[in-house]
Design a protein around this ligand. Structure first.
Ligand code: ADP
Length: 229
């Protein structure tokens, strides 16, 4: 569960990132975060992972306030989440399997356990056959699938995806959405920032719409039915 309680974020230079945001995303939900550039989407996701602190308000992740976490407790918060980015952010000198395994290395698991989890995650995204390929030997869609495998390999409760289909053609974007939907159906909460109207409109997931830092719409039946302004 992700809960923002009266969250405001004003940056040092006075710019408002978010203003009086009250929103609760339940465990197992899939929510889109939409809105024009500068609306506050990145501010929202950065607050969730304690990259930045709010000016006021409280944020609960799985019932626990993350505002007062000590610096050494932040990695634990982030370990409970998976991240997917528009530009994949894979390590180019590592194979697909090594990219996925990298996240697990800090956990001190046996190499057998790591391999089992990596194989499962790559299987979930349909990339078992490509596990020894390097990123530059994979298509954009395949690279994003590796990034998704990396995000789920630690079995996180929450996945935060920032424009995950932004660099992909519509058919590939749809494949990526199918994978994210499967992951969500298995119980993972997903928050996905996107500009892609077609994708939002094809699903009936919740849509949180930001504009100038305010939550101007919270639509549970989905749909992205008006223009960015
Ligand atoms: P989005 O992700 O929807 O494009 P952001 O959350 O990045 O929006 O930005 C929201 C507002 O906060 C914008 O006006 C942006 O210029 C401003 N902003 C973002 N980061 C900073 C920062 N580090 N310092 C000052 N202003 C910022």
């Amino acid at each position: 569960m992700i809960q923002f309680i009266n969250i405001s974020k004003e940056y040092k230079n006075g710019t408002v990132g978010l203003k009086n945001i009250d929103v609760k995303i339940e465990s197992g939900e899939f929510a889109f975060l939409v809105g024009p550039s500068g609306a506050g989407k990145s501010t929202f996701t950065k607050l969730m992972i304690r990259e930045i602190l709010p000016t006021s308000g409280s944020i609960l992740i799985n019932g626990k306030s993350i505002i007062r976490l000590k610096r050494k407790e932040i990695p634990m918060l982030r370990r409970g989440m998976g991240f997917i980015f528009q530009n994949y952010r894979l390590l180019n000198d590592r194979t697909a399997a090594e990219n996925v395994a990298f996240t697990l290395e800090v956990l001190g698991l046996s190499s057998k356990e790591v391999q089992k989890r990596v194989d499962y995650a790559l299987g979930m995204v349909g990339l078992s056959e490509r596990k020894k390929h390097f990123p530059d030997e994979l298509s954009g869609g395949e690279q994003q699938r590796v990034a998704i495998a990396r995000a789920i390999v630690n079995n996180p409760a929450i996945i935060v995806a920032d424009e995950p289909t932004g660099n992909l053609d519509p058919a590939t974007a749809e494949e990526i959405m199918d994978i994210l939907n499967d992951i969500n159906i298995k119980g993972t909460t997903i928050l996905m920032a996107t500009h892609d109207k077609a994708i939002v409109n094809r699903t009936s997931h919740r849509v949180l719409r930001l504009n100038h830092g305010e939550l101007i719409r919270d639509d549970r039946k989905g749909g992205y039915d008006f223009e960015d302004r």
